[in-house]
Design a protein around this ligand. Structure first.
Ligand SMILES: C[S@@+](CC[C@H](N)C(=O)[O-])C[C@H]1O[C@@H](n2cnc3c(N)ncnc32)[C@H](O)[C@@H]1O
Length: 286
């Protein structure tokens, strides 16, 4: 039997066994990844995201002096920008990673920004109905359940309130996805858990859900930007960006030299540049 076919069978068997035993990556594993990379996040990853996040923030309409929620605030770039624009507004920023929040607090000493360490869905579910003027989330709702986040955002917004988000789509950073899939396929026995990423497939998929909930689309855009030329990404750098957050708990990429070498080799073979694909939207509650 051809080795690749055998590897594929072994992988499917392993995936089925992990699914049956309920071995899933959860928010705690994602938080652990971000805790570890938090000190270098801004230099290694936010530097690439910042122009697109800024583009989203420029689309946010003026709001009154009412609370703003920032879901998955990371090191606080968005909260800081909103604080400059709405200096008296109460900004409630939240993230699941204590490490990211520690940097966010240092970056944003303003007393109008409060930081909360929790899962974003749990956090927003605790907010009273019609209590916020703006809910914003940059590059984070795909770690949660976007449909539930849309629903909860609609509930907590007052009439006329805005939900603004940017998120990468599922098909982003393909060379990394391909290298990871090949590594899983080659070493299925080293796989210890599964993940079910909920990054949206497209704007159309999200817009349908948003409209069904009652939101009106004020603005939306899709795009991509190159972060590394073909074959120029390294495992060491990826682990510092958050791109592999949670995935590094599925396969011991850092602790197992056989795995890291194979992954690196697959990554270097990719002929496509590493491009980040995203959608952004500004939605309004009528
Ligand atoms: C790519 S970073 C974006 C951070 C920040 N918004 C920015 O634009 O730089 C994703 C963030 O989502 C956070 N995150 C992941 N899962 C989460 C969850 N379930 N609840 C809250 N935050 C979460 C991570 O800890 C991380 O800080």
């Amino acid at each position: 039997m051809d080795r690749r076919f055998r590897d594929c069978l072994r992988l499917n068997g392993k995936l089925a066994a992990l699914a049956l035993s309920g071995n899933w990556i959860g928010p705690n594993e994602v938080a652990a990844s971000y805790d570890a990379l938090a000190p270098g996040y801004e230099e290694n990853w936010l530097a690439h995201l910042r122009p697109v996040t800024q583009e989203l923030l420029n689309k946010v309409p003026d709001i009154g002096n009412i609370p703003i929620l920032d879901l998955g605030c990371g090191t606080g770039f968005t909260a800081g920008q909103l604080n400059q624009r709405f200096p008296t507004a109460d900004i409630r920023a939240q993230d699941i990673s204590a490490g990211m929040l520690a940097v966010a607090k240092e970056n944003n000493p303003s007393e109008n920004i409060t930081f909360n360490c929790s899962d974003m869905l749990a956090f927003i579910s605790r907010q009273p109905s019609e209590s916020a003027g703006l809910v914003v989330s940059a590059w984070a709702i795909g770690y949660s359940n976007p449909r539930k986040i849309l629903k909860e955002s609609f509930r907590v917004l007052e009439s006329g309130g805005t939900f603004a988000f940017v998120v990468n789509i599922m098909q982003t950073l393909r060379p990394v996805y391909i290298a990871f899939r090949k590594t899983m396929q080659r070493y299925p026995e080293k796989l210890s858990a599964l993940t079910w990423p909920r990054f949206p497939a497209s704007w159309a998929a999200i817009e349908k859900q948003a409209n069904a909930i009652g939101f009106e689309t004020i603005d939306n855009a899709s795009g991509q930007f190159e972060v590394r030329a073909a074959g120029e990404a390294s495992l060491d750098w990826l682990l510092k960006t958050g791109i592999l957050a949670g995935f590094d708990a599925m396969l011991p990429l850092t602790d197992d030299p056989q795995l890291s070498e194979y992954f690196e080799q697959c990554l270097k073979q990719q002929t496509e540049p590493l491009e980040h694909h995203y959608i952004m939207a500004v939605l309004q509650k009528p």
